[in-house]
Design a protein around this ligand. Structure first.
Ligand code: GAP
Length: 503
């Protein structure tokens, strides 16, 4: 990560800890790698993201229904899905320092000047970003070698070998320079045991995706709702993957939440629905505030596709640590239903009453991560700008510019001073707002400028202040987090004003 990106990520994680968005899991015991907790503000933000998805995908549509499946399923599910046996990453270990790396994410680089070897080092990185890999390797050279590399000009021969491919040189550890083992498969599913016995007959798995629960219930949903093709089933829930290298804050965790849609359609309509969902899901993120050029839609190259997928696109976000996937949209063909048909012996075909045709539906799958979406919304919201303090002097401020629909607290209410009947009026406004189901915050402590600053860091879009004029004419000021503009409105119109501004 470049220095300023590192600095930006450090500032964001410090704010998340300081203001109660995200904590390390079991922090008082030193934490546990790949597991995170959401604090009072974080849980509201994450819940708002889930609610926005559920409202837009399930409640506002006639062609999608919801589902909530168990986390532990019959182990045969994972044989049918290909996760048992297939769901693993090739890994390499350092024979010296014992560090473990994903084999496709570690490279060994050599630089030659003619026949002379100038440098032979291991670096983390991917051959897709060769320039970054060569830069990382050069950064490891001492100043004398670096000068030789620069001077070599056209004679310089730079080569890079990824640890999961054949190499003509010894593969080296990026940490200590020790030798690496051959790549080995590493199963990503967490195992557990059901009942008293702990043997292979009682082995079960924590689900690594919510999707399989949907496929297993597809027939139940068809039979109980009488919904007709094309239709979708949506689910939000926890998934677990024993990731080798949990990293980049919450981005790659071992326990995370997914929001997945399996959209069933006639094979002839699959291409049309794939394009529809790819574009609709991209627009969903834009509509909730990921409007910057940091959001992008990337179609997979044919050689990137899983063997069962006919098309796939990633919705990606440029995090401070690099461009990474928020959500994948795939045309999974009839692969999953056919597999479950084969392994369960149950008929999962669909009969179309009108055309009298029987077929196994194709599936379009938009599959997103809620923790990744939360992190992207946090990154996008984090802004440093200036705002006037109590004396009108401009001061640096940190403000989280969340979309109002996602903001953890919608409105804060302050009495200017703790006397002259102001706290009573302010409390009444606060209670009226709370009674509507909107999240509100009451604060009477400290200078009003400090109270605004705290709400800016929490991302609260509106702050109401009850002041001397309120006592005279029952009006209050309402401050907009983004424009800093203050309107004076009747105290009994606060709820309507906020409702209208939230849209
Ligand atoms: N059913 C398809 C499926 O699970 P995936 O690409 O493996 O596909 C879908 O995962 C989404 O789940 C990803 O786009 C990402 O947002 C989220 N996700 C996957 N692994 C994750 C992890 N270790 N930590 C956080 N989110 C993860």
């Amino acid at each position: 990560m470049p220095d300023n990106a590192n600095e930006r990520m450090d500032k964001l994680t410090a704010l998340c800890k300081r203001r109660g968005f995200i904590f390390q899991s079991s922090e008082i015991y030193g934490g546990i790698g790949g597991f995170w907790d959401y604090g009072p503000l974080g849980v509201e933000l994450k819940r708002n993201i889930k609610n926005a998805w559920w409202e837009d995908i399930v409640r506002k549509r006639d062609d999608i229904v919801g589902l909530d499946c168990s986390i532990i399923m019959n182990p045969k599910v994972w044989e049918a899905s290909g996760h048992v046996g297939g769901f693993s990453d090739p890994m390499v270990d350092c024979k010296n320092c014992k560090a473990r790396f994903r084999a496709d994410k570690v490279c060994t680089v050599t630089f030659h000047d003619g026949d002379e070897l100038l440098l032979h080092v291991g670096v983390e990185g991917d051959t897709e970003n060769l320039k970054d890999v060569f830069d990382a390797a050069t950064a490891k050279a001492n100043s004398k070698t670096r000068r030789r590399i620069e001077k070599a000009g056209e004679n310089l021969k730079a080569e890079c070998w990824r640890a999961d491919r054949q190499a003509e040189v010894a593969l080296l550890c990026p940490n200590c320079g020790g030798g690496l083992t051959e790549p080995r498969q590493f199963n990503l599913m967490f195992e557990t045991f059901i009942g008293a016995m702990q043997d292979s007959s009682s082995k079960a798995y924590l689900r690594p995706e919510t999707a399989q629960g949907i496929f297993c219930n597809y027939k139940n949903v068809l039979d109980t709702t009488r919904i007709k093709l094309p239709f979708g089933i949506a689910q939000i829930g926890k998934s677990f993957r024993n990731e080798i290298n949990p990293r980049n804050y919450t981005f790659r965790s071992r326990e995370f939440e997914q929001m997945e849609i399996e959209f069933f359609c006639h094979p002839n309509e699959a291409d049309k629905w794939y394009e529809y969902w790819r574009d609709a899901r991209y627009q969903w993120y834009v509509g909730l505030g990921l409007t910057s050029s940091k959001l992008r839609l990337r179609d997979h190259e044919p050689d990137e596709l899983a063997h069962y997928a006919r098309a796939c696109a990633d919705i990606e976000y440029e995090f401070p640590f690099g461009i990474s996937e928020l959500e994948g949209v795939a045309n999974r063909t009839d692969f999953d239903l056919s597999q479950h048909q084969k392994f369960s012996g149950r008929d999962l075909s669909y009969f179309d009453d009108e055309t009298k045709e029987r077929f196994v539906p194709y599936v379009i799958e938009p599959s997103g991560g809620i923790d990744r979406a939360t992190l992207a919304f946090l990154c996008e919201a984090y802004i440093e700008d200036e705002a006037p303090d109590d004396k009108g002097q401009m001061q640096q401020r940190t403000v989280m510019k969340f979309h109002p629909r996602l903001a953890p607290i919608k409105l804060a209410v302050f009495p200017l001073v703790k006397k002259e009947g102001m706290p009573e009026i302010a409390r009444r406004i606060y209670e009226d707002v709370q009674a509507t189901g909107m999240t509100a915050f009451y604060d009477e402590k400290g200078a009003v400028g400090r109270r605004y600053r705290r709400q800016d860091e929490a991302g609260t879009p509106f702050c109401v202040t009850v002041d001397g004029q309120t006592i005279e004419d029952r009006t209050v000021t309402i401050r907009d987090r983004d424009t800093l503009k203050q309107d004076r409105i009747p105290a009994d119109e606060v709820v309507a004003y906020v409702r209208q501004r939230l849209g």
